[in-house]
Design a protein around this ligand. Structure first.
Ligand code: NAP
Length: 232
């Protein structure tokens, strides 16, 4: 495939590496080459199969609008653009459906994390059997947000699956160069259950995003990675 990768930061550069290894042709654009979406005109995108975005929350919606209007399929890894803006995800879904393009997004493109969330969902039953729970997350000192998006997702998944209103407490640690560690600890008077996902590198995100791009090429529709990763 011909891929256009927006963002050549920590994650984008790994996506480019993984995509090239899987024999795709990759063009990249950073913030300079893509000022005011200049890399996303219909002419510039004419031979592109899928656009992958790992940029920044502030810019990604403009990228989505430009790509969808140009009729291009997209994989969006950039986070932070819909959580605090009610209705934004629905608006993008309608835009994608109206233009008949293909779109995959995820808070987390790691297959391992998605599997962990399913285990957490099953374990949430403990909260109906006199267990209390806590979430711990550790990341590198450069991470800007706390708690992490993944910790908030674990919190939501457990709350929804337990059928209870309370949210588990999240404790965040920022230390060294930790890639990303998430723990769900469930405790009763009789025992303690530990569930832990410990990311060794960012490569899992990059691999998930490239597999999603292969999957969405030539397809139409709006998809959350959590609903499709089993098909990859
Ligand atoms: N969904 C997932 O699985 C997942 C995994 C990891 C990260 N993420 C998310 O992905 C995003 C990027 O993360 P990161 O750690 O790679 O950040 P990063 O290292 O800061 O890289 C971001 C890159 O985006 C570029 N950029 C900014 N605006 C742009 C624009 N308008 N057009 C093209 N490029 C632009 C920047 O380029 P310049 O340096 O040239 O300004 C920078 O290289 C964040 O939202 C993060 O939360 C998601």
């Amino acid at each position: 495939m011909n891929l256009l990768l927006l963002g050549r930061g920590k994650t984008g550069s790994l996506v480019a590496e993984v995509a090239a290894k899987r024999m795709h042709t990759v063009r990249t654009a950073g913030s300079k080459e893509n000022a005011a979406c200049s890399a996303l005109t219909t002419e510039k995108l004419y031979d592109i199969d899928v656009v992958i975005d790992f940029t920044a929350a502030h810019f990604v919606v403009a990228h989505i609008e430009a790509c969808v209007r140009a009729g291009k399929n997209m994989v969006v890894g950039t986070t932070g653009w819909y959580g605090e803006k009610p209705g934004e995800l629905e608006r993008v879904r309608r835009l994608v459906e109206d233009h008949n393009t293909g779109f995959v997004f995820a808070a987390n493109f790691s297959v391992g994390v998605n599997l962990f969330l399913e285990v957490a969902r099953a374990a949430a039953a403990a909260l109906r059997h006199n267990y209390s729970g806590q979430i711990f997350e550790r990341h590198h000192v450069h991470k800007k947000d706390a708690p992490s998006g993944t910790a908030l997702t674990i919190q939501r998944v457990v709350r929804e699956a337990s059928g209870r209103n309370e949210s588990l407490e999240i404790t965040s640690f920022r230390e060294g160069e930790v890639v990303g560690l998430h723990e769900l600890v469930l405790e009763s008077a009789n025992d303690r259950i530990y569930l832990c996902h410990d990311a060794k590198s960012r490569r899992a995100f990059a691999e998930g995003a490239v597999l999603a791009a292969e999957w969405i090429a030539g397809k139409k529709g709006f998809y959350d990675f959590k609903d499709i990763w089993r098909e990859l």
